[in-house]
Design a protein around this ligand. Structure first.
Ligand code: UDP
Length: 336
């Protein structure tokens, strides 16, 4: 199933002659949900990949199958601490960070470190190696956007509470972006920033503090347990299937002429969380009851990307509908 999805990404990228063949690439957070998809694709495409991860939220099983490959190398390390390499990298993709709101409460310091000290270490490596660096930022830099700016363009500066429960993630990512821009300004590095919107698909974690809305609802639906909607479920998100997200990220990583750019990559189909719960209940053929629990503090009311820039400069647009993507994800959860 993952193979089929990797082929979809390949078809889209190869159509525009985008390839990483022969490149030596360092991926921090490469054992995570999105990081491991990127590792898989790049190995398949003929790149040499070093995956760096400390398994804070990454999973050894996500990369186990790659360990036999001669082009794949794994380094267990916390990127917020300096590390020096003898070999030379052409590309660095900084993805290392916990990302689930439940983790914000438990590990705020680690989250701050991986997106400040961690991106600083990655930028240092990029400077030393004269490598191109891509930083994976987030829609969370927009915080709880003013509804006049939803769908949200890259030019919106955000509405973030620095001392609230999401501050550790939102402000860390904002500082991470500032680090990237500073290295570009002061040292002329070739950098890019992608702002990733809610992404789902196979390999997403569903357990404990790692679970996000989609995997939690799927597990709850499959087990006929109550589906836990927070608040009245009228808050919105725009969910992107993993193949679309990975394709967009890799386009930004690969293309010439987009140095210094920041680009939203996400599906612009805005859905309420209650609607999401209903769709997942239906697709899992579930008898689950939908129940309503208190809304976490500072939970953004609306989130949807303006993807005009990605369409224009990356020739990218999302292709997988929410129902199709969820059906694939549910199938993976049934067989994992
Ligand atoms: N959510 C929910 N029930 C859950 C988990 C999450 O209603 O069991 C809500 C959450 O409050 C938020 C949305 O679903 O409004 C998306 O949550 P997710 O965990 O995917 O992260 P976020 O988009 O907030 O970063």
């Amino acid at each position: 199933m993952l193979e089929e999805d990797l082929r979809v990404i390949e078809k889209e990228l190869k159509r525009d002659d985008i390839t990483f063949e022969g490149k030596n690439i360092l991926i921090t957070g490469g054992a995570g949900f999105l990081g491991s998809w990127i590792c898989d694709y790049l190995i398949r495409d003929g790149a040499k990949v070093t995956c760096l991860d400390n398994f804070a939220s990454g999973v050894p099983g996500n990369i186990e199958h790659l360990k036999e490959n001669k082009n794949f190398n794994f380094v267990k390390h916390d990127i917020s601490k300096p590390i020096y390499f003898n070999e030379k990298y052409d590309r660095i993709i900084h993805m290392a960070s916990r990302a689930s709101p439940f983790e914000f409460k438990k590990y705020p310091i680690q989250i701050l470190k991986s997106n400040t000290l961690g991106i600083w270490v990655s930028l240092g490596i990029a400077k030393e190696h004269q490598a191109r660096l891509l930083y994976t930022s987030t829609s969370e830099v927009y915080g709880n956007p003013d509804p006049r700016f939803v769908p949200t363009p890259e030019t919106y500066n955000g509405n973030v509470n620095p001392i609230g429960p999401r501050g550790c993630y939102d402000e860390a990512k904002r500082a991470g972006e500032a680090f990237v821009m500073a290295y570009r300004l002061q040292h002329g590095l070739d950098t890019r920033i992608v702002r990733i919107f809610n992404t789902y698909g196979p390999r997403m974690r569903s357990e404990d503090i790692y679970g996000r809305a989609v995997p939690r609802f799927i597990e709850q639906g499959l087990k006929n347990e109550p589906i836990t909607v927070f608040g009245d479920g009228s808050q919105t998100r725009s969910f992107t299937y993993v193949t679309d997200e990975v394709e967009g990220i890799l386009r930004l990583a690969a293309m010439d002429g987009v140095e210094g750019k920041v680009v939203n990559i996400g599906n612009d189909n805005e859905t309420t969380i209650l609607e999401l719960a209903r769709i997942i209940k239906e697709l899992t053929n579930s008898d689950s009851e939908i129940i309503f629990l208190p809304l976490p503090e500072d939970d953004p009311e609306r989130r949807s990307p303006d993807i005009t820039r990605a369409k224009k400069i990356l020739q990218w647009k999302p292709k997988v509908s929410l129902k199709d993507g969820l059906a694939k994800t549910i199938k993976w959860f049934e067989t994992k």
